[in-house]
Design a protein around this ligand. Sequence first.
Ligand code: SAH
Length: 375
Amino acid sequence: MTLADYHRLLPLQYGKMPLFVKAGARGYPDPRYELLARALEPFGERVVDLNPGVGLASAGLLEHSRVDLLETSRACLRCLERSFAHHPGARVRRGLPWEAEAEAYDQAVLVLPAERGSRYVELALWGAAHSLRPGGRLWIAGDTKRGFETYFKQAKQRLGYGLIRHRQGSLRVAVLEKENPTPPVGAPWESFAAEIWGHPLRFRHLPGVFSAGHLDPASQLLLHTLHEDGRAGDVKGCTVLDLGGGYAGLSLPFAAAGASVSVAEDDWGSVLSAQASFRANGLEGRVFHSDVEEALPAADRFDIIISNPPFHLGGEVILDVAQAFVQAARSRLRSGGRFYLVANSFLKYEPLLEAAFGNLSTLRREGYKVLRSEA
Ligand code: SAH
């Protein structure tokens, strides 16, 4: 798969409307979304979908209602914008699931974002309750193997009456009615401190981001390796790009060491977190809400590219995204530049790096491996 293939939006004939999907975009194929699409019933004028992915669950409601789609992933937003650009009833917005308008909707739709952890789901459920008018309905879909029962109970405590509408294997769809008012929720921001390369740093993040509350051990190994190899001192004045930058766990030390840092990140909550991390340390960093490299200025090239690439997407291992990361690194390095990648030892990145760069060094192998290629 080439980078151009990765970025292509593909039409999927789903119901009456073509929906666009792409590699790396959540929500298709995904049986939770399909079950929810079959279960949803029209009710009232206004619907909000708080975890639409590519839009498969709530698209069918557009025949009867106006639907606002609130999404965090840049890859998904690209699909949604293409699918619904000409639909007068659909409004696609970038935002977190707890940022919908208050008491504005007759129905809220939420595939439980269980892979993001319980605090994020809790906030999403709060957001759903908050967005509904009294008497409004919340539809949730989830998996009993991923906490559905607990989240359903939480949702009932918050809203009021609820019942299970569909069962398929371990998947469930439930509908609830808002009987209770929604009290305000505490501020979602979290932070922690760590000393890296001799710099005391503070990391700030929203719930649900990668490696919340502590630096990921693989990212730590990459930072440690560069330090031991005497490379950390060389980064001053360099341009550095972190592909899949999260809350800037990997890139903040580079900024502290005097590099000019850019971050590309698909998840809006992570983008806000990276911006907050740079600010909290009085450091500069350019943060792009980007599906791999697509939102970077076309001419931008870098001296160093670093990445701890994602390999989970809704629980699936997806090498497509990793491959796109490697190819993007190749195309965005200036000649003589270096690409550092850290990954779980069992992931087969070596052939991808070999194919893209024609050279490869394994710098460390300690549960994780640190790989380097040169442009
Ligand atoms: N560099 C950070 C985060 C690494 S995890 C750290 O070391 O702490 C990988 C990151 O890639 C996640 O934040 C995830 O949201 C992001 N990601 C996943 N798919 C992406 C895509 N298509 N484009 C850009 N970033 C993506």
